[in-house]
Design a protein around this ligand. Structure first.
Ligand code: AGP
Length: 622
């Protein structure tokens, strides 16, 4: 949560910072601010509002300056910026970052939570330092100023600061009397740095830097950096300098642009057929006997495995649930479960060398997923990571990483990364089943064949967007939604309901259809719409019985049924047909209309879509 940007060197620093903040605004958008180190000191500008408004304020302030060079940012030597997702302290201008120390020496932005902020504050207050904000961030800011005053040495002050604060943080700092430098530090929150053409940069998210360079330095936990126009130097929290090699990120900066679309989410929904195709192509090879999966995992990886855990949060957890269903369908001798990372990490679960844990995270930075992964690694569990971001913390900390090839996802509501996760997890599960000898050649060929037609099926659904749009408009005034389904559809009911909550702010619940009569059915009436998933499988009749029970309670029913299932029409108010898939692959196709339904409902209700209230793209706090 929170997007951070820093820049120093021979460029229009002001523009780079504002541009970087706009690209990272999805990480938090309660307030925004910049501190620019100009020849005569800091210019600290912040507001409660969006980056576009911040830009206006910064430009107005620059216009008041007298010379052309001042107006185009020429006098700005270095700068830092922040877009905030509030944790400690309300959403006010005072609490917005950057924070300045009371002696005016330090300007600092922060992502994360400083756990011992209150102790630091209490101690410094006894020394006469006056705190002005309610944030945890002001503590490291004042503390650093205190240490710098004592030592007069930035590296030493930074080292002592990082060893005296606890919690999780990325800090990016300007010193008033070091105009050509930026300092930054990382512990358990993302930070990437880069140097190109006489300019050094740092940011929370690599996408903010791609238009300048693709060679990025991902800081490790316990690392600091000093950025100048000449380059980046890295240090451990022991103060010793470290050599670091950049990682080349292949993403194209245009991938993080909206292009002709009104919203990133809509663009990302459209990218799914391509992303699915890329994922399949990258992880399968054509052989003389057909198609083979090629996930480059050592053969012995599954030897002695008794338990498999798929661990994740939010939408990634629903992909994990789908993977769990697939594995279980072909191997009931394994103990397979999907686990919510924020719970798993605090439970006393059995694991170790006989357990395989698969951690799924789009960002690779979700704090709870990382904590769960660290716990599992410490117990000797065999771990695999599935992430979309090369160089992310999860990517670096887990030895066996499989990358989804979705490209940068900017919309806060995950769409294309979900389908990429589903696809890659399907391939992984098939490979693991094969190692265990529980997948017949026939089933393998059937599923790989089924996967290869998924992109075309997704595309066909996208071309019928108008039908979904009409449904969304018709039902947007419902007081709420119930999504129901069975087995393969259950993860989709959860995802469909989550998408509506996230962007349309409508009460929406997901239920395994058989559970409705155990309580939730009491809520049904003519204003609560039921979205029922009825694929063409062995549970169709059971699903239709559940639908009839809902209909008898006057709930309007939208049925998502298999193409050709004309008979299903009589069970609902509206029907939308989905192409027939292999039973196990239904989530990859069935999710598309659910995403479009949430998107158009939110649009009908006039919501902003890409940056839903109270949310942030990567949840880097616990
Ligand atoms: C999805 O729409 C959400 N934004 C959210 O649930 C997300 O999936 C969750 O925070 C996990 O993120 P990750 O995949 O980056 O770990």
């Amino acid at each position: 949560m929170c997007g951070i940007m820093g820049c120093v060197g021979k460029c229009d620093v002001r523009e780079v910072i504002l541009n970087g903040l706009a690209k990272q605004e999805y990480r938090g958008y309660d307030s925004a601010g910049v501190a620019l180190r100009e020849e005569d000191g800091f210019r600290n500008i912040k507001l409660v509002g969006r980056v576009a408004e911040l830009r206006r304020l910064v430009e107005e302030s620059a216009a008041k300056e007298s010379t052309a060079s001042e107006k185009n940012g020429g006098r700005t030597l270095s700068g830092i910026g922040h877009t905030r997702w509030a944790t400690h302290g309300g959403v006010t201008v005072t609490n917005a970052h950057p924070h300045e120390s009371s002696d005016g020496q330090i300007a600092l932005v922060h992502n994360g939570i400083i756990e011992n902020a209150r102790e630091i504050r209490a101690r410094l207050e006894t020394e006469g330092i006056v705190f002005v904000t309610e944030t945890d961030t002001e503590s490291p800011c004042q503390q650093l100023a205190w240490l710098y005053k004592e030592h007069g040495d930035a590296l030493r002050a930074m080292t002592e600061l990082c060893n005296s604060i606890t919690g999780m943080y990325t800090l990016v700092i300007l010193f008033r009397d070091r105009p050509g430098e930026i300092w930054c530090a990382r512990r358990l929150a993302p930070l990437v740095a880069a140097h190109a053409d006489g300019v050094s940069y740092c940011a929370s998210d690599p996408t903010a830097l791609l238009e300048y360079t693709h060679d990025l330095f991902f800081l490790e936990d316990g690392e600091m950096a000093q950025l100048t126009a000449d380059g980046c130097r890295f240090f451990g929290f022991d103060g010793k300098e470290r050599k670091k090699a950049p990682i080349r990120l292949q993403w194209d900066s245009a991938m993080a642009e909206k292009g002709r679309y009104e919203h990133f989410m809509r663009k990302e929904i459209d990218e799914q057929p391509n992303v699915t195709r890329l994922t399949i192509d990258a992880h399968t090879v054509v052989t003389s006997v057909g198609m083979e999966k090629d996930l480059k995992l050592p053969e012995g990886f599954m030897r002695g495995i008794r338990r498999v855990r798929f661990i994740a949060c939010g939408t990634s957890y629903y992909a994990a649930l789908a993977a769990c269903n697939l594995m279980e369908s072909f191997d009931n001798t394994l103990d397979v479960r999907a686990e919510i990372a924020s719970e798993y990490r605090f439970r006393n679960t059995a694991e170790g060398n006989d357990t395989l844990a698969v951690f799924v995270s789009q960002s690779g930075e979700t704090a709870d997923t990382l904590a769960a992964a660290r716990l599992s690694q410490s117990k000797g569990t065999r771990c695999i990571a599935i992430t979309n971001v090369r160089g992310s913390t999860l990517d670096r900390e887990i030895e066996h990483t499989l990358r989804t090839l979705a490209g940068p996802e900017i919309g806060v509501a995950a769409t294309k990364t979900f389908t990429a996760q589903l696809c890659l997890l399907d391939l992984l599960v098939l490979q693991l089943l094969k190692y265990r000898g529980t997948l017949s050649a026939g089933d393998e060929a059937r599923l790989i064949g089924g996967l290869r037609v998924v992109p075309a099926q997704q595309q066909a659904l996208l071309e019928r967007e108008a039908e979904i749009e009409a449904l969304a408009e018709k039902y947007a005034d419902s007081k709420g939604f119930f999504f129901i389904g069975r087995r393969e559809s259950v993860p989709l009911t959860l995802e469909g309901a989550l998408k509506l909550k996230e962007i349309a702010y409508l009460p929406s619940e997901a239920y395994a259809a058989g559970e409705m009569k155990h309580g939730p059915i009491a809520m049904l009436d003519e204003k609560l719409t039921v979205v029922a998933l009825v694929p063409h499988d062995d549970l169709r009749e059971k699903m239709l019985s559940s639908v009839q029970e809902c209909r008898a309670r006057k709930a309007p029913i939208i049925l998502l049924a298999a193409e050709g299932d004309e008979e299903a029409r009589e069970f609902c108010n509206d029907i939308f047909f989905i192409p027939k898939t292999e039973r196990e692959l239904f989530p990859l196709v069935g999710v598309v209309p659910l995403q479009l339904f949430a998107y158009h409902t939110a649009k009908t209700l006039g919501h902003g879509i890409d940056m839903p209230r109270n949310l942030a793209k990567s949840v880097t706090v616990e």
